[in-house]
Each structure stands twice: as C-alpha cells, then as structure tokens.
Ligand binder design. Sequence first.
Ligand code: NDP
Ligand code: 2IT
Length: 444
Amino acid sequence: MSYVDEVIESVIRENPNEPEFHQAIREVLDSLRPVVEANEQQYRRDALLERLVNPERQIKFRVPWIDDCGQVHVNTGYRVQFNSAIGPYKGGLRLHPSVNLGIIKFLGFEQIFKNSLTGLPIGGGKGGSDFDPKGKSDREIMAFCQNFMSELCKYIGADTDVPAGDIGTGAREIGYMFGQYKKLRGLFEGVLTGKGLSYSGSLARTEATGYGVLYITEEMLKCHGEKLEGKTIAVSGAGNVAIYAIEKAHQLGCRVVTCSDSTGWIYDPDGIDIDALKEIKEVKRERLSVYPDYRPNAEYHEGKGVWNVKCDVALPCATQNELTLEDAKQLVKNGVTAVAEGANMPTTMEATEYFQSNGVYFLPGKAANAGGVATSALEMSQNSERLSWSFDDVDAKLKEIMINLYHNIDRAAEKYGCGGNYVIGANIAGFEKVVNAMNAQGIV
Ligand code: NDP
Ligand code: 2IT
C-alpha cells in the first residue's frame, strides 16, 4: 500500500467518528501524492505525514456559565494547536452547537496550509465551543466568553497562539475575550485578532475575507482571459464572509442575487442591498426572513436553494459541505463558470470533482478565503510595532497577497502536470513551505 494510503487509513482508524477530519485529510493527502512519491523513502523514515496529521497539542475544557435566569450551563471548549513549523498557531474560534473535536481538527488541519499560502509567518490552529450564541442576551454572551477565556488564556499568547473569529465569533465576542485575557494575564498584547479599532484592531480586517475572495477570483478570471465585471453571482451565507464578499462584488461591477442563513435564503433580482443586509445581520441580529421588508422585489424562501439560481459565479460562504453534487450539477446546467470557496470546505468532494471535470474554474477555501487570516497576520504586525496602518494600506497589501497566492498555486499545479487544478496547486504549495520548515527544525 502506498504511504499516503497507509496514513489515510491510520487517521480513520485512530480518529473514529470524525468524518469532517477524514474528509480534509483525504483531500489534502490525495493531492500530495506526486510530491510524496518523489520523496517516499525520506518521508517514511521521518514519519513526516504522521507528524503532519497529528496535532502538536489538543486542549479540551469545561466552560460553565450562568444564564439570565440564574441557571448554570456547561459547554465544551477546544483549542487544537496543529502545527507551529512556520509561526505561532493562528486560526479562528467557532461558536456553534455543531462544534466537536473532529470539526475543530478539520479546520485546524486546513489552516496549516492556508496560513502557509499567505506567505506570512503563521502556524495552524483552531478552536471553539458547542455554545450556541443565537438568541442569547449580551450579558449571556459575555458570561460565556469570559469563562471560555478563563481557561483558554493559559495556552495562548501573542507569540504562542493567536485566535480570531469564525462562525459565531465576531467583534463583540472577541472584545469580551480580549478583556478577560487582559484582566487575567495582565497583558495588553496582540493575543487575538479581529479586535475593535479602539483597542488595537486592524482596519480592513472585518472586510478582509470577503474582499479577498473577490480579489483572487478576479485575478483567476483575468488570467483565463475573462472579466469579473458584469457577472451575476450567487452567494450563500449572510455572515462576515458573505456580507463583505457581496460588498466587494458590487464594487467591482457584479450583481449578487442571493444570500442565505440557516433558516432560509433570499433571491433579489436587483442585487442584494448591502446596507439592508448589514442592518439585519450586524446591527439587529435578525433572521433573513425580514429582508423583503427592506426590498419588496426580493423573495424569501425557507430552507436551501441558492444553488438553483442561474449565475456565472458561485461563492459558498456559509459552512462545510453545504454545496453537494446535486447542487453542482444544477449550477453547471445553469452555466456557472467559476466557484470560489469563501467558507472552509463548503463543497463536498464529489461536487468539487464534478466542477473540475466540467471545466468550471474552482478555487478551494484554503486559497480563496486566505485573505482573512492574512489580514490577521497584518494585525499582528501592527500590534508588534504598536502602529496602525491606514485602510488603503492594509487593503492594498491584502490584494497583493491574494494575487501572489493565485500565481503561487497556479505555478505549483503546472509544475506537477495538473495545470488549472487549484486544489492540487494549493495543497502542494502550502505543504512545501511547511515541510521545508519541519525538516529544518528536526524531529520535535
Ligand atoms: P458568521 O457566523 O459570520 O456567518 C455564518 C453564516 O453561515 C451565517 O449566515 C449562518 O447562518 C450560516 N451558517 C452557519 N452554519 C450553518 C449551517 N450549519 N447551516 C446553514 N447555514 C449556516 O461566520 P463567518 O462568515 O465568519 O464564516 C463563514 C465561513 O467562512 C465558515 O466556514 C468559516 O470557517 C469561514 N471563514 C471565515 C473567516 C473569517 O474571517 N470570519 C475566514 C476564513 C474562512 P445562521 O446565522 O442562521 O447560523
Ligand atoms: O478560517 C479562517 O481562516 C478564519 N476563521 C480566520 C482565522 C484568523 O486567524 O484570522
């Protein structure tokens, strides 16, 4: 059996009941086959792949907190410190009832390669909790965040591990966590990114993931002789990534006709009204069902459905495995030409393969959504030098990073005879830098 297959099998055997983690491992290792085969003897001797697929450390802890009625609840907190070969662990904190160790491990594993692709010195990590922020009061959110940080603060630090936002963790949660870290550790340092601007956050971090998705998609289309301008786009999600992907798409002359949340989706033939969407989601924290109150021409539908709408470009920006083979077939039938993953692993493996074999340009999340963590690394730089850069400076750096990233994965795919396959290109390019650093640092 090949070394890659042996390692995939051992991961499945040793980590049962973690399907998302298996999926991420399989996708990455499958595409690393040409590199692994070329170095098989050395990699086997050094147990390189075993070291890559096993987190350096995984922390699991109890998070008790008190609700507004005086009832105590207990959630589970996680931080998986996956790989620090190229820098301090870096990656978001997900707060969602679906969170379990396998989901955090899949996200942490992906983060290693994504962070490597940014070209910046950040290792891979991820954390979160099965706490559900929906419907909670501000005080309850604060109580949870403070108790979560009371334990997490023992394991993180500006030069050790720097968490940030992800699903369910936005500026409000980061603020409460930062306050608690500072109180317990007595340190005002860049221990979290996505901080508010009044306490050393970075301009453009809020926008970065969504903007980055559009910058890289524009560059990819340009290199294939096509223009992004004028395209009709379907977006899923209505959170941080989706909102700023829609905003940038409109700035670049596209029309985004859909968005969604976990209860339903919107079709707005005139283009999603970004001010209304921000008001609903960022200010009032409401469901999308109220969107037609702002835009009488728009339709609200319960359940799933954004991928049935005719579009040129699809940007899944909600969650893992939200775009299935059936959805991919419908999108191809409707003439989609490009798909870029704003979320982490939103496209199932079968759907990805269907896009690729039907000539759709496909950018995987670890490339397409890397602008968020890249800008987090820029926030770390600003914190280290105790300076704040202008919005335009950060945005220009973000754009440059996304353009370089595209060319880097494009070259890697070409080098291994898989031109245009950005899944392979991203995995190989991300892997090469991490392996180089792991080899240089010995068996640790
Ligand atoms: P938010 O919490 O801001 O928004 C998430 C959106 O996705 C919401 O509209 C939410 O709907 C929807 N959603 C979440 N879970 C589900 C689910 N199980 N089924 C259906 N819809 C769901 O998160 P982000 O925008 O920050 O994150 C979105 C994706 O992007 C995630 O995959 C995340 O890992 C990834 N990502 C985020 C980055 C960042 O900087 N924030 C950077 C790179 C990737 P509802 O509100 O109803 O739950
Ligand atoms: O998935 C991701 O890249 C994020 N949630 C952002 C991580 C970060 O550290 O900014």
